[in-house]
Design a protein around this ligand. Structure first.
Ligand code: SF4
Length: 459
């Protein structure tokens, strides 16, 4: 029996009510990053195409050998003194992390968090706050998201949808300092507030950008220094990573560090790169006494064995969102998922099933820009088409009326010819396209001779 179609027009509905200021903020940042991205990457890699192919092949190798590489990572981490945990889904990941927190800080207290999409994916903050912990986001963007009770709208730039005046108002409202539109003063206000949280926290939680199987080292990149404080000031550091965040060897790291920084923020390198090998050693004064690594599956094994496995090559640079004409118009919240943009339009339904998010793959013009900028050459447009096909076959998405009409007309010569004759009327008559595509556009006027007449009458 076919599943009932799910009416989920979130992206379009969201776009229609989006404030112009939000659209402006998203567009301005996206354009800025994309412009600097190309210059940086061409500068860093004379043959960018060859570099992207190389990176893509390394990630192909990771996916093809993921079981062995994960075993190697676990063994090396344990040798380094890192305690490794496996979480099959969001619930088990939350339980593992809560158990660690209860042992490290049984009386509750402050937990400082560095930016991590994996923790967003498992909705960790709410879970820890509900049982009494004071969880504080320390990445500036994530901090704004938290005090505004908002959600991130881009995987790298969580408040791409806000401007500095909105941030200034939030800081003033929260008593962080007087209203100011100076970015330096806003950063200083946040710094003062967060420094005290770093001092009092017993636990720090972070994500992982890359985990190196050969050495067991966890790599984090950032620009603010908050990840360093979150992972080194508290006694316990908990790192959480999706199981695909692997690199086979240390030798692969320089390539990926440069590709990630160039694609994500248009930088040569991020300001900070952390290589975490384990807890504080006997002869060291600083650092956590316990380091835990939580390796998250949460649907990834299923994706690995299916048609969308290439999306697991993603290094979360966010370039596909910056360049996507749909994302720039609708912003990340329109995707109603932690993962937004072209990446999210594939990863979200791949992880959760097409039945849960049947319309997301339609949030694309299929222009191919996402694949062109992807540093690991993920064929996003192909997978979007595959998802659309899957949604139609399973009966969970509806064919839009214009396409149903087009199919009807294009599958019969007589209907096609009749339709062509009636086309000039489309400019004046009321029809389904009038409420959508042509709302802001003019249908072209018929000009010149009729092709069929010309063809039949040629000598
Ligand atoms: S799909 Fe490619 S471009 Fe998009 S975030 Fe992932 S690595 Fe970056």
């Amino acid at each position: 029996m076919k599943a009932k179609p799910v009416n989920h027009p979130a992206v379009e509905a969201f776009a229609r009510q989006l404030a112009e200021t939000t659209r402006d903020s998203v567009r301005a940042t996206s354009v800025k990053v994309i412009e600097s991205r190309k210059a940086r990457l061409v500068d860093a890699f004379p043959d960018l195409e060859a570099t992207r192919t190389q990176a893509s092949q390394i990630k192909d190798f990771v996916l093809a050998n993921i079981s062995n590489l994960l075993s190697q990572l676990e063994m090396k981490c344990r040798l380094n003194g890192v305690q490794v945990h496996w979480a099959k889904d969001a619930e088990s990941a939350r339980k593992i992390i809560l158990d660690i927190c209860k042992e490290a800080a049984p009386d509750g207290g402050t937990i400082v968090k560095a930016k991590s999409m994996a923790t967003e994916e498992i909705h960790l903050n709410k879970h820890l706050i509900d049982v009494g912990y004071n969880v504080v986001e320390t990445d500036l963007g994530e901090f704004v998201v938290q005090i505004d009770n908002d959600t991130p709208s881009h995987i790298v730039a969580p408040i791409i949808h806000k401007n500095r005046r909105e941030v200034a108002k939030s800081f003033e409202r929260e008593g962080l300092g007087p209203y100011t539109e100076s970015p330096e003063q806003l950063a200083a206000q946040a710094r003062k507030h967060l420094r005290e949280r770093f001092v009092e926290a017993k636990i720090g939680i972070s994500g992982v950008n890359f985990a190196i199987a050969e050495s067991g080292r966890l790599v984090l990149v950032e620009n603010e220094g908050n990840s360093r404080l979150s992972t080194t000031a508290p006694d316990t550091h908990i790192a959480i990573m999706g199981l695909e965040k692997l690199l086979p060897s240390e030798a692969d790291l320089p390539l990926f560090l440069k590709l990630l920084a160039g694609s994500a923020t248009g930088q040569r390198m991020t300001v900070y790169t952390h290589l975490i090998s384990g807890p504080r050693r006997k002869d060291e004064d600083d650092g956590p006494t316990a380091v835990h690594l939580v390796i998250l599956d949460n649907g990834r094994s299923k994706v690995l064995n299916g048609p969308y496995k290439d999306i697991l090559k993603c290094i979360r640079c966010g370039a596909c969102s910056y360049v996507c004409p749909v994302y720039r118009q609708v912003s990340g919240h329109a995707y109603s998922h932690v993962y937004s943009g072209p990446l999210g339009a594939v990863l979200a339904p791949a992880l959760e099933g097409i039945e849960a998010l049947p319309e997301l793959a339609k949030a694309s013009t299929l222009c191919g820009a996402c694949e062109e900028v992807c540093p690991v050459k993920i064929p996003i447009p192909r997978m979007l088409l595959q998802l659309r096909d899957e949604a139609m076959r399973k009966g969970v998405a509806e064919n839009p009326i214009p396409w149903t009409l087009f199919t009807f007309g294009a599958t019969s010569g007589l209907r096609w010819r009749t339709g062509l004759k009636m086309l000039p009327m489309a400019r004046i008559a009321k029809h389904p396209l009038k409420d959508g595509w042509t709302e802001f556009r003019e249908l072209p006027k018929k000009e010149g001779r009729d092709f069929r007449k010309w063809w039949n009458g040629r000598s």
